[in-house]
Design a protein around this ligand. Structure first.
Ligand code: PGA
Length: 292
């Protein structure tokens, strides 16, 4: 049974002075059992958000705490890289990181090869990774969307499928170390979301590619999120697709009302999966699956 994940990407918004309050407000209004909540503020707000979320009163009734994620890590472990942040530097600040966001591909020139390094460094630092992939509008219109996403998954995950021997003892908890967010570039920040069926089709392509890369069980254990203009009004369309396991939310993640609505809908899916998984013969097979 794959977890249901709602990740908030605050992008370049909030300051250390106000991020803690926003995180606390969102966490207190999203206490849905079974939903994995991740808040990804800017680097300089990580400590404020970590401190704000370190409050048992913000846990869901099942004990689930909102986790803290970074928005990026560098592809090298350390060195002469002015202004950048390594995965190891996040120890004690974050347990998740986004990598390969299309805004970084666009603005920082990140290639699949560079992102592959980021995935490795994050995995070595024991961070849960949300790897973003997605085609541009011209690529979709040219009928190239599936090929583009397939190439991105291959390039970003080439030779990182199986955990290194030293990693095999790591307890990643109930959530695999890797999550993939399908974010069509034309849907990000535009108010123009994809259709649920398009996202589901791409989740199929992503898992097929994971299988080719040697991921266990043809990638069935790896959560796939949709991202791109997700709101409380359209989240249901994505979560109605069994192959979609949640959302990476940008603009709406800064609005507590929106997050409350999105996570409430995610809670419905989480409860349904739990219920299906508790029936004999269903859903138990992958519960403790290795997360390669
Ligand atoms: P958006 O951003 O929800 O504002 O479209 C999503 C993302 O970039 O992750």
């Amino acid at each position: 049974m794959r977890p249901v994940i709602i990740a908030a990407n605050w992008k370049m918004n909030t300051t250390p002075a106000d991020a803690g309050d926003l995180a606390r407000t969102i966490a207190s209004r999203t206490r849905e059992p079974g939903v994995v909540r991740v808040i990804c503020p800017p680097f300089v707000c990580l400590a404020a958000v970590r401190d704000a979320l370190d409050d048992p009163g913000l846990a869901a009734p099942d004990g689930g705490r909102a986790a803290v994620g970074a928005q990026d890590v560098h592809h090298e472990a350390a060195g002469a890289y002015t202004g950048w942040t390594s995965a190891a530097m996040l120890a004690g600040l974050a347990t998740w990181t986004i990598v390969g966001h299309s805004e970084r591909r666009r603005d920082a020139g990140e290639t699949d090869g560079v992102i592959n390094g980021k995935v490795r460094r994050a995995q070595e630092a024991r961070l849960h990774v949300i790897l973003c992939v997605g085609e541009r509008l011209a690529e979709r219109e040219a009928g190239q969307a599936e090929r583009v996403v397939r190439d991105q998954v291959r390039g970003c995950l080439d030779r990182v499928g199986a955990p290194a021997p030293a990693d095999q003892d790591v307890d990643w908890g109930a959530v695999p170390w890797l999550t993939i967010a399908y974010e069509p570039v034309w849907a990000i920040g535009t108010g123009r979301n994809a259709r649920g069926a398009d996202a589901a089709a791409m989740a199929g392509v992503i898992r097929e590619t994971l299988g080719e890369l040697g991921f266990a069980d043809r990638g069935e254990a790896i959560p796939v999120l949709y991202g791109g203009s997700v709101t409380s009004a359209n989240i249901g369309e994505f979560l109605a697709e069994p192959s979609i396991d949640g959302a990476l939310v940008g603009g709406a993640s800064l609005k507590p009302d929106e997050m409350a609505g999105i996570v409430a809908r995610a809670g419905v899916t989480a409860a349904a999966r739990l219920e299906a998984g508790s029936r004999p013969g269903e859903g138990t097979r992958r519960d403790a699956a290795p997360t390669s």
